[in-house]
Design a protein around this ligand. Sequence first.
Ligand SMILES: [Zn+2]
Length: 476
Amino acid sequence: MTSIYKKQLVAALSCIVYATAWSQEAPMTPLRADQKAYLEIYRELVETNTTLSSGSCTLAAERMAAHLKTAGFGEQDITLFSVPDHAKEGGLVAILPGSSTTLKPILLLGHLDVVEAKREDWTRDPFKLIEENNYFYARGTSDMKAMDATWVDALMRFKQGGYHPKRTLKLALTCGEETTYAFNGAEWLSKNKPDLISAAFALNEGGGGRTDGHGKILVETIQVGEKAAQNYKFETVNAGGHSSIPIRDNAIYQLADALTKVRDHEFPLKFTATTREYFAKSGAARNDDLGRAMVTLSKNPADASAEKIVSADRSFHSMLRTTCVATLLEGGHANNALPQHAAANVNCRIFPGETPQGTLSTLEKVVNDPGVKITLVPPIRPLAVEPPLDPKVIGPAEKLVAKYFPGVPLVPQMSTGATDGIFLEAIGIPVYGVPGGWGDPDGNGAHGLNERRGVRSVFVGRDFLNDLIKAYADSD
Ligand SMILES: [Zn+2]
């Protein structure tokens, strides 16, 4: 998951004040036997380097497959996959058959890869699980090997304990979530093995609790949907010439004019069922003008004064519409020459239901200059499909949040960032970013330095997710 998104989310939610009198900072001792066993899987996964530059998701997948086999999974239940050009970027799919022949399976999704981490920049070895100050430190502790280990450990214990879920449980551990141009296992599975991963819905990262930074959980979230990231190239050309005799017609000015129009264009305000509930619920929890405007806007999207207040918050502004912004620039060839060519990258975050092609048409209309060539830059991401705000999914999660975190609300939210969920949603599998484990307002160093995950967050999050999987697996 992109760190910028997490930071935005934390910033957006950290103003919400809820009254919970208890803390999640207390140490976790002694560990139960099952927690000790889980910890060793978590440790092995974290200490298996899965960066693109020097690691191997394939090795991590093989190690997890070995655990599953030890727990009783047969060869036929486990599929290890990779492609020759990306031998180290493999993954695995494992299946625990359910008793029902009619109910659709549940898919547990996780990415094995992690963002690069340099030993010299970190306080501790990024590929050694180190427990300190009630936190586990290492790359991937938070994003997202605690959840990967939870999925593997849950299937192992279900198998060993003789638990027979009604619904078949599937696990997909993939590579490439953290990199745009490398091999993406979730995309590959959805295109090449859709039957293998077919499911009623999938559970993924992207949700979870947020603390006040002092161990108090303010809110739990469930991610329901995300925007689609898409790049566009803007290009202008010109005959150029000597810069001592300039004219107004200039490739750089022409491009700049186009980009200024993009800056000044506001895409229309939209709600999904999820964002409507998000603004209503989290707005109601705030005791300020912004909160009141959020509630008003959720009831009446045409209220211009409420929109002005809400859109002043950059995260909320992005949750309400497609956004496009200039991110890269090139042009000209000499200090003393008129430019023959100028180009820019415009990065759009497309609202669910809107197409990359439709956004291209809008950009062309906004720029209104046939001399500015606008093209889609691959990879072309699938259309973001909003998963339904399904009571069968939200209900059990709400119940468990009430049990584990009394007084803490569960808020559904749409991500302005990107996860692998978009590839599964494109083939009809709704993906939900589950609540449970929690993080701090600073983002816990995910993608950055000294990544960490609270020890209690890891173990309580695991118990929570075990209960959640069972609740879904046994539901009709
Ligand atoms: Zn992630």
